[in-house]
Structures are given as structure tokens and as C-alpha cells.
Design a protein around this ligand. Structure first.
Ligand SMILES: Nc1ncnc2c1ncn2[C@@H]1O[C@H](COP(=O)(O)OP(=O)(O)OP(=O)(O)O)[C@@H](O)[C@H]1O
Ligand SMILES: [Mg+2]
Length: 1060
């Protein structure tokens, strides 16, 4: 055999190609040789066989080492040869690599000349040469790892990007425009820079301002020089960002009194306007308290009136026309303002007269310190300095009493040099409240989704990064980490906390001296008691202050969000909303996929807001009712529907609002459905519309339905098992760091369910360029899905999902991009997606890489049930429930009949289906027991498959009478519906079925003896004959050993025929 080569991407050097057949043959031959050598008669061949054995084993080892060397070479080649920066940084190693490169090329050139595998690999000394190369490559690799580490020390935020990205950043370090692609991975919201341009409009290496992720722009307070080494200029950029925010704050405060606030807010970026408002609030309340002490009794009341007037002015802005950015800014300020107002009202009610009272002290109070020229946030006796991370124009949480309590616990824990640990059930705001506190003090908060792939080293790296950047880390689902790893983590966390307590500037962390920025905070959030979670070790528990987050203040959150969305009658509507959800929780049946928690509430509120803006004229209760009804119906099972509609009817009496429809869109859907050879039934189109609507508000959607209810592959136009991504992306595919260059193109034509398929087709017809990737998460292990760090070599092996996500994120057009996960849910894999599926929208990997879900990307899960999913998973996704009744059998059958060509046949079949299917389905469900569950669709599918085989021109020539069709139809039905029946202790269901059939359907006569299962249709006579007649008599052949004999029985004869 000969080797095959494929050219290397950049250098065109021929590289050895992985040849399965070759490896197989090699192994096979080695086995055969071994057999030869083990044989009694080997003496004659002994020498030759041993020679061959030696040769083959050399071949084997050489091929393995060759691949190893080749892999390392191609990985390092891109770094050492292609990147100028690395060459200048690591001159020694680059030189070393140059010689390796030369040697390797010589080897390759030599190898190519000898195509024969055995000859090529058995050249004397080849293996030693390869091994030497391998060792030298290892030296280079080590040097590279150390080099990356020095870069990380120079700019510690590099700890939170993957090595591949870091190398990319470093290699393009002198091109700020190229590096700016990675900014979102390094900063919270800073996403783009405005460059100074020269006369030809070419960007220079000077930045003038920054853009946030949401498109807000802010000028820098001074130009930022972006020349030099990347880690140096990134540090300069960080400094510029902070000083810009810091310098704007006193400016904003200085002008606060100059004009009405509703005009003032437009003069500043969202973050400054919000912080300014908060600082002003603290100052003004301070003034009010001072005059209260002077005896001016109405000071607080007067201030409250002023507050209300200001708030109302903002709300009236919300009712008008605003750009999306301005609207978000005002909504956020309103949200915080409502809380500020309520605090004062409460203080008035409880007659607080002193600024030292707890009611006031327990609030997060921002202030500007003129002496230090810094902004501070005080709460109780804790004080945090504002960190000036640019956050863009992002929403903030509603501050409820629970949020307040969490704020106090977390800030106190920082004050006491500890970590914080909010714990509680899913969707109560643990993660978001921690992040929100971070936002309140302008802090960068990294959220990590912990998983059992994390080991103490990868966590150690995170801690190293955090303590050098001074950022906060929020470790979500912390108790998914293995308990052995947790106890090491306890030591690491303690080490950092001790260093902060001792006010050290540098400290020893796991044997390395690193610098410490004391603002670092470590928080962990957990759902105790869910599947796949461990109990924390005691030494770890002692380092965190727990905070129970169990019941969020639904009504308050709902009310304030409604206010922020511009609803005037928010209080009443919020009450109705929450009452509906509470009643639903109690009165509807208990389904695994029902979730009436905060996440579900929030998504409906967002819909209500957009409906209101889309239709400003209609009454508020109509808008809310429509949102509540139309966005809950998709997940409600048929039996609960009347109850749900009844509840809505009671809460919103005498309201009859039609569903908001987009007829144009529906028309395209119908066309798409027809083009797919599916049936455009009203119900089906509605499901597609519902899916589209869900995808607009949720970025992850579960499509739940029984097998075959239209969710998974039915219909003869797409047979075959579901595609797994494994077909598109080879596993294990990767070099130590991800191979650069394009991956396999995403499969646009992946197998997807009819509803999905129809929507996908609709998008295509609308020219929206949808891209889908389909993968079966259960076909691979968790490590293969999300990647794993090799425990010994610390080499990162990328996973399927991470690759898929990265590839989709790299597609720049704005068409919809779906990752379709088609496989049963188990908490082990899906909980690793927790941070992707909630508001964070980032996939965090054990390699410390963070891949964001871009706004056009969606995760779609096709599943049959949510029995094994934890509430944390269920609450995170929108749910489209496909009731078996939604689709029924007729579309499947109709689609199939359309594939038949003969006209008379079509007519005959339609009548037969109508006659036989409904009673059979009914009986199958109600009376007969099958060995395994047989969903309706499977039975129908079987009928169709059987018919497809029987209805041949020989059996039913064109224009046969209907009876002829009926004969075969009956036979197909009997086996499709009766084939899987069995005999339990009391009843033989097959007998029962046969009896029922003979009395129910008399059109086709069976012989009077036996059951309907005893007969087959004779191909010539077209009459029923006994299977028994076809069973050959058993004859004992004395020459054949007994165990080889097969006795032909009735089942053995009939089964293959029916199974076809
Ligand atoms: N005070 C609040 N105001 C507004 N929205 C809130 C508030 N608290 C929580 N939410 C919303 O509730 C949702 C769930 O919050 P979060 O993701 O923090 O839950 P969690 O407690 O971390 O849940 P899990 O345990 O499943 O991770 C988020 O969408 C968040 O915005
Ligand atoms: Mg969380």
C-alpha cells in the first residue's frame, strides 16, 4: 500500500493523510502474523515471519510518531513562522523551530519519494529521527506556553481568553483594527474603537472613542495611543476607558441642576447618566435629612414630591417616540428611580428622621468624593470604590427587598474579606443580582459556568486572572465541580482572601508570586439538591457568606418592569399577571415542562412591551392579555387549555382580542410547507408561527413532543437516522490548540423536524439565509461535546458543541443561525449550557475560553420529554409543546398519498385510510397492550411502509378494483396495528385483536379458522393462505451438527416477510 498526502494549508508541504484502510490493513496483517507465529508448523516460516513482524511493528510506531510530530509541527508552524510577533519575542525558540522545520521538511521530501508504506517507514534511523524531532518540538511548545504566560501576566485579562485567541491577538498585535475583533472577550461591553483616520481614511494606531456592544458611542477624554506591543497598548486602553468614565462623572454632576433631568439625561452616556442620578439621589436625601434635623419637618415629603414629578416626566418620555438606545437608557433610570422613590416613601411612612437609620444605611448609596476624586458606593459599613468599567447601555434589575438583602450580604462579605454564596432554586435571580451589584459599582464581572470538566488547574488560572485584574468572578452552579477539586479550590480561594486581608500588593499563589488588586471578589451561586450537584466541603463553605434567594418579589418586579415598558396601570396589571401565574401553577396539570417562574414572567413582559409599542392605541389590559395568552398557549397541553383560557377569561373579563397575525408571513409559511411536501394544515402553520414568535423572545427553545408528533422525522421525504454533527466535524479532530482555518461548512440542509424545517424553508424563501447545525448530544460523551483538558499534558481538546458555536459566531451575516440539539436531555450535558441559555449568553469552557452567543444565534432542542431535566434547565428556555392532536395522522397520510402516481389508486387509498385508521388507532390506544409503546405515528408509518411494498404493479395493476387494494390494505393494517401485541397473564391481546377485527371489518373475508395473523396473501391467487403451508417440514440432516440446524417455524417464516 502507498501513503496518501494532502498539502498543508499555508506552506503546501505534503502532509500524511489519516488513512483508515491503511491502519486497518496494518493491524489485520499484524494479527495474521501473530497467528502464523503461534502456529505449530511455523518453523519453516519462522525467520520470514519474524522479519515481517519487526517491519510491521516499526511501521506502526513510525506512523504514530509521524502523526504526532506532524500535528505539533503544523500547530507550531503557524505560530513560529507565520507570526512575526512571536518570532521577535522568542528569537531563540524561533531559530530552534527553523531547524526543526528544515529537518521535518527534509524527512517529508524523502518520504514522498518512497510511496510504499513498508519501505518508507523502515528506513534505517527514521524512528530515532522522529523521536528527536518530537523532543525538540516539546521544548518549543514549553517555551511557547511560558511565553503566553508572560503575556498573561502583563495583561491579566488574557487569562480569560483561550490560547488560540491569545495567539491570534498576539500575532496581530501591531494591527489594532484586527485585534479589536477580540475586544468583547476582554472587556465587559467595549466592543469597537473609533480610530483616528489619516487623509486617505485609513485608520491610524490612535483611538478616539469606544463603542459598546449595544452600539452606544463615547469619546475618550484623551487620545489613546495603540502602538507598540499589544499587551502594553491594551493596558493603555483599559486606563483610558476608566479615566474617561471617571472624568465624566463630576462633569455630569456639575450640570445636574442646570436643566430638567429629562433633558439632562440625553447629554450623557447611559452609565454616567444613571450613576449621576444615583449620586444625586444620595446627596439630595442627605440634604433633606439635614434640613429635617434643623426642624424643617416636611423636608423628606417635599423631596418625595420632587422625585415623583421627575419620574413622571421620564415615564411620559417612554410613552413617546424614542430611539432604541434612548429607550433603554430611560427604562433603566426609571427602574432605579422607582426604587429610590419607594425607599423615601417607606422612610416617610415609618417616620425615619435620621440619616443613620438602618432603612437609609442599608441602601446602596453612591457618592462622589471631591477629595479623592473618586466615586464610591456605600452600603451599611461597607464601602466599594467604583471601578469604571464601561458597561454600555444595559438594563438593570428591579431592586426588591430580596435584592437589597442580597446586596447587603455580598458587600458585607467583601468587607469581611470573604466570598458570597447566593443559593436557592432556579431562576430566583442569584446570578443576575450578583452581576447587577457589579454593574452598580462599575465592576467587570466574569460569569463562569462550572462543570465537572474543570480541574484545580483551570480554576487556579481563573483565580490567578481575577486576582490580577481585580475583577469579580461569579461561579455559577459551583457545586457541579467534582468534590475533590472543590477541596483544592478551597485552598486557592483562602490564599487570595488571606492576601487581601493582609493588604498585600503581591502574594504567593500556588508557588508563583503574582500581583493582587484588592477589589477582587469571588461569588458562587448554587441550586442545592439538584441532580448532578455535590455538597460543598466544609472548608470551602467557611469562606463564603451564604445568602438564601428563594422567593423573588414577583409582583414588584412585574409592576416595575411594566412601568419601564411604559404601562400606566402597572400595579393592577401586575397583580393580574401574577395571580394568573400563581393559579396556573396550582390549577393546571403537573407537566414537566411547565414553569411559571421569573424567567417565564420576564419573557412575557418583554413581549407585552413590544406589543404595546407596536400598537400604542389599544387598551393596556388588552395588550397584556394578548401577550399572556398567545405566549403561553404554545406550551399548554390540550387538556389544560380550557382551564387556562378560563382563567384568562376571569381575570380579563369581557375582553376578546384576536391574535396578532402577520398574514404575509403565514402565506410564505404555507408555500414553504407545500414545497416540503407536507400538509399546510391550520394547526401546523400555527405551530410554525408560534415557533417563530418564541424564537424572537427566547434564545433557547425546547420543542417538546412525543416521538413522531411532527417534531421529529416523519414523512417519507426524509428517511434515515438523524444526522449528528460527528459526520461534519471529525472527532477527535484537534491540535493542542484549535486548528486555524475554516472548519467544515455548517450543514444548511441538516435533517430537522417538520416544524423547524418549515420555518427554515420559510426563512430561505424570504432570503434570510438561515444556517443550521444539527447535533445529537447523546451520541458523544460530555468531554467530546464541550472539550476537555488532557489531565496529563494539559492539552486542550475542543468539543463538538464549542466548535459549532464558534463557527456560527464567526458567520457575519445577520440571518438566523440555529444549533439544533436533537437528543434526550440529561443534566450532565445540558447544565453545561446554563450560562448560554440564561441572560449571560456565553459558553464558558474548561479552557477558560468564553464564546458568546451572538444575537442572531439560537439553540433549539428537540426532545420528547423533560422528565430528567432540572428546573434550572426548564426555566431557561421557551417551550413549544406539540400535542399529538396538533398534527394528527391525516397530514402524514396525505403527504404519502401524494407520492403515489396512479389516480384511481389515490382515490381508493383515501377512502381506505378514512375507513380503517380511526377505529384502529382508537382501539390500539384504548384496549390492546403492546410489547413496547407504539406511538400512533409509528403504527401509521408501518402501514405506509408495508403498503409501499405491497402496492406493486404486479399485485395491483393499474385500475384494479377497490377490493384488491383493500385486501392488501387490510393485511398491512393487521400487521401494523396487531404486530406488536402480546399476551399478558390474563389476556392474549393478539387473539382479542383478531376477534375484534373479524367482527368489525367484514369487507375482506378471512378463512374461518385461526386468527388473522395466521394468513398471508398468496402472490398469484390473491387469496389468504396459511403461513404454516410455507414452513418447510423439518428434516434432520445427520451430517450437520445439531447446533447449526435451524428449525423453520411459523414466526421465522412470517417475520422477515412482514419486516420486509
Ligand atoms: N430583581 C429582579 N428584577 C428583574 N429581573 C430579575 C430580578 N431578579 C431576577 N430577575 C430575572 O430573573 C431571571 C433569572 O435570574 P438568574 O439567571 O439570576 O437566576 P438564578 O437564580 O441564577 O437561576 P439558576 O439557579 O437557574 O442559575 C433573569 O432573567 C433575571 O433578569
Ligand atoms: Mg444562575
Amino acid at each position: 500500500m502507498a501513503f496518501e498526502y494532502e498539502p498543508h494549508g499555508r506552506t503546501q508541504l505534503p502532509l500524511l493523510k489519516m488513512d483508515e484502510a491503511l491502519i486497518e490493513t496494518l493491524e489485520d496483517n499484524q494479527m495474521q502474523l501473530q497467528n502464523v507465529l503461534a502456529s505449530k508448523y511455523r518453523a519453516f516460516f519462522l525467520q520470514r515471519a519474524q522479519d515481517w513482524q519487526e517491519k510491521l511493528s516499526t511501521t506502526d510506531t513510525v506512523i504514530n510518531t509521524w502523526f504526532e510530530v506532524q500535528r505539533k509541527w503544523s500547530h507550531l508552524e503557524t505560530i513560529f513562522i507565520a507570526s512575526e510577533d512571536t518570532r521577535s519575542q522568542l528569537p531563540e525558540e524561533s531559530k530552534k523551530f527553523d531547524t526543526i522545520d528544515e529537518d521535518f521538511r527534509a524527512l517529508v521530501a524523502d518520504a514522498v519519494k518512497t510511496p510504499n508504506v513498508i519501505e518508507c517507514t523502515n528506513k534505517p534511523g527514521l524512528h530515532t529521527k522522529l523521536e528527536a524531532l518530537q523532543d525538540r518540538l516539546a521544548v518549543c511548545e514549553k517555551a511557547l506556553a511560558e511565553y503566553l504566560e508572560t503575556k498573561r501576566l502583563a495583561f491579566p485579562r488574557f487569562y480569560f481568553v483561550s490560547s488560540a485567541d491569545l495567539l491570534d491577538i498576539l500575532s496581530k498585535g501591531t494591527e489594532p483594527l484586527e485585534v479589536s475583533r477580540h475586544l468583547t472577550k476582554l472587556f465587559d461591553s467595549l466592543a469597537k474603537l473609533k480610530f483616528q483616520e489619516d487623509a486617505d481614511k485609513k485608520p491610524q494606531k490612535v483611538a478616539l472613542g469606544m463603542f459598546s456592544r449595544d452600539g452606544e458611542y463615547m469619546d475618550f477624554d484623551a487620545e489613546c495611543d495603540l502602538s507598540g506591543q499589544v499587551e502594553v497598548w491594551l493596558n493603555r486602553l483599559l486606563e483610558r476607558m476608566r479615566s474617561t468614565l471617571r472624568s465624566l462623572m463630576p462633569q455630569a454632576l456639575g450640570t445636574y441642576e442646570d436643566k430638567p433631568r429629562e433633558e439632562w439625561v440625553f447629554d450623557y452616556p447611559a452609565q454616567i447618566a444613571l450613576t449621576g442620578t444615583q449620586i444625586a439621589w444620595t446627596t439630595e436625601v442627605g440634604v433633606a435629612f439635614a434640613s429635617l434635623e434643623k426642624g424643617y419637618e416636611n423636608a423628606l415629603k417635599d423631596y418625595n414630591k420632587k422625585q415623583i414629578a421627575r419620574l413622571n416626566a421620564l415615564i411620559s418620555l417612554l410613552l413617546g417616540n424614542l430611539s432604541a438606545g434612548d429607550r433603554m437608557k430611560i427604562m433603566t433610570i426609571c427602574t432605579i428611580d422607582v426604587h429610590a422613590r419607594d425607599v423615601i416613601i417607606k422612610m416617610i411612612q415609618t417616620k425615619v428622621e435620621n440619616s443613620q437609620a438602618f432603612a437609609w444605611q442599608s441602601q446602596l448609596r453612591h457618592r462622589w468624593d471631591d477629595g479623592e476624586k473618586h466615586c464610591f458606593a456605600n452600603i451599611c459599613d461597607a464601602q466599594l470604590r467604583y471601578a469604571y468599567e464601561y458597561l454600555g447601555n444595559t438594563p438593570r434589575l428591579v431592586i426588591t427587598p430580596l435584592t437589597d438583602r442580597c446586596y447587603i450580604t455580598l458587600t458585607q462579605s467583601l468587607h469581611l474579606y470573604m466570598g458570597g454564596a447566593p443559593a436557592g432554586p432556579a431562576g430566583t435571580g442569584k446570578t443576575e443580582t450578583t452581576k447587577d451589584l457589579g454593574r452598580a459599582v462599575g465592576m467587570m464581572v466574569y460569569v463562569f459556568n462550572c462543570s465537572e470538566q474543570m480541574d484545580y488547574k483551570s480554576c487556579g488560572n481563573i483565580y490567578k486572572g481575577l486576582s490580577q485584574t481585580g475583577a469579580w468572578g461569579c461561579f455559577d452552579e459551583f457545586n457541579r465541580i467534582l468534590v475533590e477539586v472543590l477541596s483544592v479550590i478551597a485552598v486557592q480561594v483562602k490564599c487570595i482572601q488571606d492576601a487581601i486581608r493582609a493588604r498585600k500588593k503581591t502574594f504567593n499563589f500556588l508557588g508563583e508570586t503574582i500581583s493582587l488588586v484588592p477589589s477582587v471578589g469571588i461569588f458562587i451561586t448554587m441550586n442545592p439538591g439538584y441532580a448532578g450537584r455535590t455538597e460543598l466541603p466544609e472548608n470551602l463553605k467557611a469562606l463564603f457568606r451564604p445568602c438564601a434567594m428563594v422567593v423573588p418579589d414577583f409582583e414588584l418586579i412585574c409592576e416595575i418592569m411594566l412601568v419601564a415598558e411604559g404601562f400606566l396601570d402597572a400595579r393592577l396589571l401586575a397583580r393580574k399577571f401574577i395571580t394568573l401565574y400563581t393559579l396556573c401553577k396550582e390549577l393546571l396539570s403537573k407537566q414537566d415542562h411547565y414553569d411559571w417562574g421569573l424567567r417565564a414572567i420576564k419573557s412575557v413582559l418583554v413581549v407585552a412591551g413590544s406589543l404595546k409599542r407596536g400598537d400604542p392605541g389599544s387598551a393596556e389590559d388588552q395588550v397584556l392579555m394578548r401577550a399572556l395568552r398567545d405566549f403561553n398557549i404554545p406550551k399548554i397541553v390540550t387538556d389544560d387549555l380550557p382551564v387556562f383560557l378560563g382563567l384568562i377569561g376571569d381575570l380579563f373579563p369581557a375582553l376578546d382580542v384576536p391574535r396578532k397575525r402577520n398574514l404575509e408571513f403565514e402565506k410564505v409559511i404555507r408555500e414553504a410547507v407545500v414545497e416540503l411536501k407536507l400538509q399546510a394544515e391550520e394547526n401546523f402553520v400555527l405551530k410554525v408561527v408560534q415557533l417563530e414568535e418564541l424564537l424572537q423572545v427566547r434564545h433557547s427553545v425546547f420543542i417538546v413532543g412525543n416521538a413522531g408528533s411532527g417534531k421529529s422525522q416523519v414523512g417519507p421525504d426524509h428517511p434515515g437516522p438523524p444526522l449528528t454533527l460527528a459526520k461534519h466535524i471529525p472527532w477527535p479532530p484537534m491540535a493542542p490548540w484549535r486548528e486555524q482555518g475554516p472548519m467544515a461548512p455548517p450543514q444548511a440542509e441538516a435533517e430537522i423536524a417538520p416544524v423547524l424545517k418549515s420555518l427554515n424553508k420559510t426563512y430561505k424563501m424570504l432570503k434570510r439565509r438561515p444556517v443550521t447545525m444539527d447535533l445529537d448530544p447523546k451520541a458523544v460523551t460530555c468531554d467530546e461535546l464541550f472539550g476537555i483538558i488532557h489531565p496529563a499534558t494539559r492539552e486542550w481538546k475542543d468539543g463538538l458543541f464549542s466548535t459549532a458555536m464558534r463557527d456560527l459566531a464567526n458567520i457575519t451575516h445577520d440571518g438566523p443561525k440555529w444549533i439544533i440539539l436533537d437528543g434526550d436531555i440529561d443534566p450532565m450535558w445540558i447544565e453545561s449550557l446554563n450560562t448560554v441559555m440564561d441572560d449571560n449568553k456565553v459558553l464558558t469552557l474548561a479552557s477558560n475560553e468564553r464564546i458568546p452567543l451572538t444575537p442572531t444565534m439560537r439553540l433549539i432542542f428537540e426532545i420528547s420529554h423533560l422528565r430528567t431535566a432540572t428546573p434550572a434547565t426548564v426555566s431557561r428556555a421557551g417551550i413549544l409543546y406539540i400535542n399529538p392532536a396538533d398534527l394528527g395522522w391525516s397530514p402524514i397520510v396525505a403527504s404519502w398519498i401524494e407520492t403515489r402516481t396512479e389516480k384511481s389508486e389515490k382515490a381508493a387509498l383515501t377512502i381506505l385510510f378514512d375507513k380503517y385508521l380511526p377505529p384502529c388507532l382508537e382501539k390500539l390506544k384504548s384496549e390492546f397492550k403492546t410489547i413496547t409503546p407504539v406511538p400512533d405515528v409509528t403504527a401509521i408509518q408501518t402501514v405506509l411502509s408495508l403498503l409501499e411494498c405491497f402496492l406493486t404493479p404486479q399485485n395491483v395493476p393499474p385500475d384494479s378494483p377497490r377490493e384488491q387494494y383493500e385486501l392488501f390494505f387490510v393485511f398491512a393494517c393487521i400487521w401494523a396495528f396487531g404486530g406488536a401485541l402480546f399476551q399478558d397473564q390474563l389476556v392474549d391481546h393478539r387473539q382479542q385483536f383478531s376477534k375484534w377485527w373479524l367482527t368489525e371489518f367484514k369487507a375482506i373475508k378471512f378463512p374461518s379458522q385461526g386468527t388473522v395473523f395466521d394468513y398471508y396473501i398468496h402472490p398469484n391467487t390473491k387469496t389468504f393462505n396459511l403461513w404454516d403451508e410455507r414452513v418447510p417440514a423439518f428434516e434432520l440432516d445427520p451430517d450437520v451438527p445439531l447446533q447449526v440446524l435451524v428449525s423453520k417455524s411459523l414466526e421465522r417464516q412470517s417475520t422477515p416477510e412482514v419486516l420486509l
